[in-house]
Design a protein around this ligand. Sequence first.
Ligand code: FUL
Length: 685
Amino acid sequence: MNTTNLLTVTLLASLFCACGDNVPPPEPVMPVPTPEQVAWQKMENYAFVHFGLNTFNDLEWGYGDTPAETFNPTNLDCEQWVRVIKAAGLKGVILTAKHHDGFCLWPTKTVDYNISKSPYKDGKGDMVRELSDACKKHGLKFGLYLSPWDRHNAEYGREGYQKVYHEQINELISNYGPLFEFWFDGANGGNGWYGGANETRSIDPKSYYGYEKAREMIKAKHPDAMIFGGTVPDIRWIGNESGWAGETNWSPYSYDREAKYNQAQWGMKDGDKWLPGECDVSIRPGWFYHHREDHQVRTVPNLVDLYYRSVGHNANFLLNFPVALSGQIHPTDSARAVEWYHTIQAELKDNLLAGVKPKASDTRGSNYKAVNVTDDSWDSYWATPDGVTTGTLTFPLPAGTQLNRVMIQEYIPLGQRVCAFAIEVEKEGVWSPVETSDTLSTVGYKRIVRFKTTQADALRISFTEAKGPLCINNVEAFLAPPLLEQPAIVRNAKNEVRIAVESEGAEIRYTTDGTEPTISSTSYTEPFVLAGKGTVKAVSCDVASGKVGPVATRRFDLPASDYRVVDPKDEKAALMFDGNGYTTYYLPDGKRAVTIELSAPHTISGFIYTPNQGRDAQGHIANYRLLIDGKEVASGEFSNIKNNPIEQEIRFTPVKGKKIVLQATRVVDEMKHVGIAEFSVITED
Ligand code: FUL
């Protein structure tokens, strides 16, 4: 080093000592994320697309024998998908290159059951190519879902399949450019076509698929890609397909430890691996497109709520678009998604803490000052000295500032630390906690707390328990405008209709004649009786501004009083008709069927079965038979009911009858009693 350089270094060092105090950063609290995991977490929101043979055959889980010729989109446009996804603020998209039916959306050399055997582009199509090209063109990240379970492949369950599966991975990772995520879903084994064998095959997912080798292959070509599922993942499934993470949500997790089925929703405080949560959910009830769900697209308030309960709960949000038969995202879905994005942008637009200088109870040194939480840098953070694991940040505000959201972020490269915190506001010299139903426990990458709009002269966040010195890199606060929720409409066992809404200060208007409710429709003040068939539509409204929210529609068929359970004779059976999906009738030990008699014969064209809507409920019917007056009118599978326990609507050729038998031919957890939360028939007269 020459003298000038030496002088410069000495000068710089003395300058650093004069303005900084050279205190080292806190020791990391293990486990910590890799830089790739941090980059992935910063994506926050991205899209899923479920598209394939199921789309054209109105299925959720193809059996493996659906003809390849039925894959025939007439107006396929991957650029339309990408435009919608980008306009909805989503940062990437994951495509179902192969779902459980085994049909490959690219012209794989591994199996014949692929897009080249379909009429699409006369067998010259390649969906993986089309979507990856569109993503490159529009600057969107691209990922792939390759179902390990393959209901088509004759070798599935035997030795030969692993080679095929790995070769499919090899094709996908070699030919379509950078991938940000590779998805192995968890559905495994069971019945299927399997090359014509039509049987049930079970495997041990831990050893059967060779996930360790698959990981090596993927990482060798795509070091940044996050692997979802399998035995050696980088991220974890959040434990439900409803799109939310627990309020307490630790990114650390341990898969090799005994855990409750739903533990993934909360993570593990003492988990030994950094496995951040990903919340997957579909914008419609099903993952694949079904025309009958066109009116069931999630509303904007519902999607906004999910954003707060996923990204705002320290997880990423994976929003699925079931692309329609035309080969495009349905206009309702795209409009909702784009409006959802704009609503969130509007809710979190004006940061009330921007440029505010907070006061900290304690500071590690001049490089870790409290002001780092309101600057624009993600990498600067407020930290407390070693040994200090509690502390407060107080933000002065212009007197009477109104607010209802607080966002907090921890500097996760050093691990997740906060275990408990409190949010208080000062009004005329008095401090009080904000009104929220949230448990204020973990923070992690991002925590957003919603609370009742309050006035404040100052805001205080108290961290009351942490796993090490505090490292907070960002705090923001907002006043989100009121959002009018869609009301919930239910009819109980006494045929009484109740309408409820959660929006702060909102009123409800409704109609029963099929017309769209407006601000001048009947005001809902108390339950009313609907003793026959009918449609109730309701909205919440803000009387002051005259604004109304999204319309909720419920079509009610026969009322509860028209059903009588004749076998088993059990008072509790009435729970099937009480309009409450959380109260469930569990059949007595060994019983697999209920017999119901209608008060009069009707022309019946379908039925609706609702499994228990409670968290982690069991006893869902997986396969069913329905008999009317002794004749079987329908039988089949409620695909994916374990992970996505939504209302199941089954249609059949209309039959006139009175006596109905619903039989469970398979239950998700065979050891459990058969559970029916709600049951109703669809009548045509
Ligand atoms: C699950 C599958 O069984 C569903 O069909 C869907 O693909 C969902 C995202 O993952 O495991």
